[in-house]
Design a protein around this ligand. Structure first.
Ligand code: FES
Length: 320
């Protein structure tokens, strides 16, 4: 939706962080600097594909000594034929690409007395900029980071050197096997905010445990780069009250897709239920929520839904 406000960037450097993760340094194509960003921000990259433009979101950081650069890290997904495959197999130093301005749907809380980050695998990336920001602001934090091994632990050397007292590593293979566990959430002092980023199962485990251990909802933060998986997806009908139109949302499409395909302009951004941009008011029908943005109370009210991920049972009447 914000592609028309894209930035042109040149790939200045590519570094292999692990056998499956590459780090890309992006610079402005002229002598200017790229926009600044706050801890936890991401950019959307717009990749040219034979079938059109592929949008992909990546956390941004800048571990270089130069200001005005944007860096992203991309893990090659095992069966990728799209975004990560393109980054790993086609993108070269010197290429010019389109990216969005940085946006932040995973910001640091400045009410926190302490910040505890839990990352698994490529989930480390939003915490790189957060730790840089907290260091600059002289705030306290700790990182718990799980990977298969030291070799598969992206940014291990940097983290170990830059934050020796704040980083705790958990490797599931090798001699010093150690598992990251949600029970560690019990160790934080009152006023700590906890942040999770990693595979869906890890986010769900940690978020559920944080709730069980009595963390207030606004002390718990997590970021998804893909929509929450759904066991089964059914088609449903929508009626747009003001337009007096009925449409079907097939099982393999989102409500947002159907609205856009039918020329109904709905603002959107993350497409994973994390930013709230695509919110729609609902006047009748039962909503099935799959977002991670609305509060429990808002979800229970059954009055509003995020059209990029949430669905309906039977028929919904939308305030459109
Ligand atoms: S576009 Fe972000 S929640 Fe739907």
């Amino acid at each position: 939706m914000y592609r028309n406000r894209a930035l042109q960037v040149r790939v200045a450097n590519i570094k292999e962080e692990t056998s499956t993760i590459k780090r890309f340094t992006l610079q402005a194509i002229d002598d200017t600097i790229l926009p600044p960003f706050s801890g936890g921000s991401h950019i959307t990259t717009f990749l040219p594909q034979p079938t059109g433009i592929l949008d992909r979101h990546y956390s941004v950081f800048n571990l270089t000594a130069k200001t005005g650069l944007l860096e992203i890290a991309v893990r090659l997904a095992e069966d990728s034929t799209g975004g990560s495959y393109y980054w790993h197999h086609h993108v070269q130093v010197g290429d010019v690409l389109s990216v969005s301005y940085p946006k932040n749907y995973f910001p640091l809380s400045f009410q926190a007395k302490h910040h505890a980050f839990y990352a698994a695998g490529i989930g480390i990336t939003p915490f790189l900029s957060m730790m840089a920001e907290l260091t600059e602001k002289n705030k306290t934090f700790e990182l718990h980071y799980a990977a298969k091994s030291k070799e598969q632990c992206a940014f291990y050397d940097y983290l170990h050197e830059a934050f020796p007292n704040q980083c705790h590593f958990y490797f599931s293979n090798g001699e010093d096997k150690k598992r990251i566990s949600p029970t560690q959430l019990l160790n934080h002092r009152i006023g700590t905010h906890v942040y999770f980023c990693g595979p869906e199962s890890m986010i769900q485990d940690f978020a559920t445990s944080a709730k069980t251990y009595g963390y207030p909802p606004f002390h718990v933060h997590f970021e998804r780069f893909a929509p929450r998986p759904m066991k089964e997806q059914h088609a449903f009908q929508i009626r747009m009250k003001r337009k007096e139109t009925e449409l079907e949302v097939p099982a393999n499409a989102t409500l947002l897709d159907v609205l856009l395909q039918n020329g109904i302009k709905i603002p959107y951004s993350c497409r994973v239920g994390g930013c709230g941009t695509c919110e729609i008011k609902v006047t009748e029908g039962e909503i099935v929520h799959f977002d991670s943005f609305l509060s429990e109370e808002q979800q229970k009210s059954n009055r509003t839904m995020l059209s990029c991920v949430s669905r309906g049972k039977g028929r919904l009447v939308l305030d459109l």
